[in-house]
Design a protein around this ligand. Structure first.
Ligand code: G6P
Length: 473
């Protein structure tokens, strides 16, 4: 177990850039995966294989592995330099426009999707990128080592890697939901079968919750005709185990970073701006699955129905820019901005404040201050905002949570659950949260803090490594 483990994911823990003066700089990668996996590697040595995303990354990729000390994890980062056109087609064209959409149920079948040459080329690029990753892992992994492959960008890696390095124990962790078979069957047969076969190259397949795991098993049954027995699947003469490993957070670490000066400054700024108004907060990537539009609509409905709240409540939406090269995302952000402007036109200049920026300290500061946190994704593998917020909040804040977020499995007893497409119900939940008597708020917040930590990222990874050791080929 002392050999460094090899992690592979599209998005790495850091991305390299040049500042306007031409000096090299390094920025933390975005998204739940990076948060979870970097947390999991604290106090360990790991080789992390990730895509070169920026020009600077590509330069770094050319000069070999880089050592990065990220929040106590000693990481040797190797960047895979996928040719830019292939990278764009694979990540934007296939992973984010096809796989992300299918697993989060983001299509509108009477109109979308329509598959043609562009998507077929994207699939070719996806296979090419997965091959390159499999080769990079094969080259980096120590003899008899362990590789933990992350997420939907790299679903084909397990099978390809097994051919190159049969000595490795291979895990694949799926961070996002998994679609039901009828919806997955919107993909061409070649893609759907290719994905499932690729995944089945692993020794262990990990999911965030039972719901996604069951969908996966239903897909292997319907599409590949493989029947699981006790969550063990037999494929190509080998057995593969599917399990759930829900990711939690590390509240001690969060509290440490929330005590940093940048967070304190951000908090003072927010407090001054807020005054004695109540804060309804959301923190998300600018992401269709996060359901930002319906969240804004629910808030609008609240102010429509309860005029006495106007000017006394404010909705702050802190949105991290994401996937701006994908047209659906650009359109969605425009719609969110227009919806916020409409609410402000109707109910006062600052009923809603929508900030599109990458400001982690500001998000942490806002977590400490909210009265209501809205986490209403259409579908979400886990959702770490729902865990991080309650760990840091000090105001007895109430969590309004989508029943389709993986986090709802553990957090349901202490939050107000909503059906994310039901804006009327969401508006009522925010209203109830604002009216909740102090004692009940505090009681719920205490309970929520206990539940929100879940299994720390370190333990999340340990559990997978233990299971992989047992199944080592
Ligand atoms: C989710 C996915 C990650 C992805 C992240 C950010 O957390 O599970 O794999 O990296 O979103 O998305 P992006 O497209 O910016 O990498």
């Amino acid at each position: 177990m002392d050999r460094p483990i090899v992690v592979a994911s599209n998005r790495g823990p850091v991305t390299f850039e040049r500042d306007p003066l031409g000096n090299p700089t390094q920025r933390r990668g975005v998204g739940g995966l990076v948060t979870a996996v970097s947390g999991a590697l604290r106090g360990r040595e790991g080789i992390w294989i990730a895509s070169a995303v920026t020009d600077e990354d590509r330069r770094v990729a050319g000069s070999g592995p880089v050592d990065v000390d990220l929040a106590g994890a000693m990481l040797h980062v190797r960047m895979v330099d996928v040719p830019p056109d292939t990278f764009r087609a694979s990540v934007d064209g296939f992973s984010n426009r096809v796989l992300w959409f299918v697993h989060h149920y983001l299509w509108d079948p009477p109109r979308t999707p329509t598959f043609g040459d562009q998507e077929n080329e994207a699939w070719d690029a996806y296979q090419d990128m997965n091959r390159r990753f499999a080769e990079a892992v094969a080259e980096a992994a120590p003899d008899g080592g362990t590789a933990v492959i992350q997420d939907y960008h790299l679903a084909l890696v397990p099978q390809l890697l097994r051919k190159l390095r049969p000595d490795l124990a291979i895990g694949l962790f799926w961070h996002i939901p998994f679609a039901q078979p009828d919806y997955l069957s919107l993909l061409s047969d070649e893609w759907a079968r290719g994905l499932l076969d690729g995944m089945l190259g692993a020794d262990i397949l990990g999911f965030q919750t039972d719901r996604w795991l069951r969908s996966f098993l239903a897909c292997t049954r319907q599409i590949l005709g493989i029947k699981p027995r006790d969550r063990i699947l037999v494929a190509g003469g080998r057995t593969v185990r599917a399990s759930t490993y829900p990711i939690g957070v590390n509240p001690e670490h969060l509290t440490e970073i929330a005590a940093e000066p940048a967070v304190k400054v951000a908090r003072a700024g927010l407090e001054e701006w807020l005054g004695d108004r109540k804060l309804v907060l959301r923190v998300d990537r600018t992401e269709l699955s996060k359901n930002i539009l319906r969240g804004l609509r629910a808030y609008e409905l609240l102010l429509e129905r309860r005029p006495e709240l106007r000017g006394r409540v404010v909705h702050l939406a802190l949105l991290q820019p994401s996937r701006r090269s994908v047209p659906e995302y650009r359109d969605y952000i425009d719609e969110c901005v227009a919806a916020a402007a409409r609410v402000n036109d109707r109910f006062g200049p600052e009923a809603v404040r929508l900030e599109i920026s990458d400001d982690f300290p500001r998000s942490l500061a806002a977590y400490t201050l909210y009265d209501v946190l809205v986490v209403n994704p259409v579908f979400d593998g886990m959702n770490l905002v729902a865990r991080e917020g309650p760990c840091l909040n000090r105001r007895g804040g109430v969590l309004v949570l989508s029943r389709n977020a993986g986090a709802s499995v553990e957090l349901a007893p202490a939050s107000l659950l909503v059906n994310p497409v039901d804006v009327d119900q969401t508006a009522r939940a925010i209203s109830d949260a604002l009216d909740m008597p102090e004692e009940e708020r505090q009681e719920r917040a205490r309970k929520l803090r206990r539940l929100a930590r879940g299994r720390s990222p370190g333990k999340w990874l340990d559990a997978q490594l233990r299971d992989l050791e047992q199944r080592r080929p």
